[in-house]
Design a protein around this ligand. Sequence first.
Ligand code: NDP
Length: 289
Amino acid sequence: MIKEINGRTRLCGLIGYPVMHTLSPVIHNYLAEVTGKNLVYVPFQVENGLEYAIKGGFALNVLGMNVTVPYKTAVMEYLAEVDENARCISAVNTLVRMEQGYKGYNTDYLGLKRAMQVQGISLAGKDIVVLGAGGAANAVVYLCGQSGAEHVYLLNRTLEHAEKLCQHIRGFFPKTDWTAMKIEDYSQLPDKSMLAVQATSVGLHPHIEQVVIDDPAFYKNIEKAVDIIYNPGETRFMKMVKEQGGQAYNGLDMLLYQAVAAYELWNDLSIEEENCRKLSELLVKELQG
Ligand code: NDP
């Protein structure tokens, strides 16, 4: 895509390391096209000097930035303001230009929230199994708490990480019950219908044959599940959910809607669902190469 760049073109971009395989430029440049904005989005590979990158971006009049691995927490120190939700999640993935500097938001959680709404998944009053206690799981459990989940079982390979996250999130959402467990203890989960969110990196391309729990018995009680991995489009986790009669979704909509939420913040507008669906088709094609 070649677009006209002129004296009024605004710049947005992604800060991270590495950034070579990101889909964000495809998403944001598509959104700029359909909303008729004179805006270009590029990857900014930042190997060192995060502070200079943020301050330099502001000095260069960069409109907004996304932040990815490994800077989602470290970036908070260089911002003029941090949104309350992002502070609770302890991670910022979107910077919005303000008068004195950037304000940090977490649109990963907003992306998952909108994806689940579109998929017809309601977390309110539900028992939910969350697999993983890394950066992405922080956003997942925050959404569970904010949505009024009844009981969240947080299963992780390293129990201490799950315990730490449970303790942190319990302080914000005391009405939800929070239980930390080791993944291998999944058979101790109560025998009832549950939702599940797979938020570990197990099963990610190219290790597509891997799955975090390789026992059909676990999947019998999973009514609906989201694997936040989007490459491959159908993970082994998703296949195992479906084999036991459950519904399973991948993380592509979460990725898409986190970007849409960022774009909406930068440009103070709303993206219609119809354009999100077209964008989703475009991303599927990109991933298929
Ligand atoms: P982190 O590195 O922060 O966390 C990784 C998690 O996976 C930890 O809980 C870790 O457990 C667990 N894990 C790693 N290897 C294994 C293993 N062999 N067996 C069991 N558990 C394992 O990563 P993120 O949280 O940032 O990302 C997790 C996944 O989410 C990635 O695949 C990423 O692509 C995806 N993601 C998708 C997004 C989307 O928009 N759809 C957004 C962000 C992330 P332990 O604590 O024991 O190390």
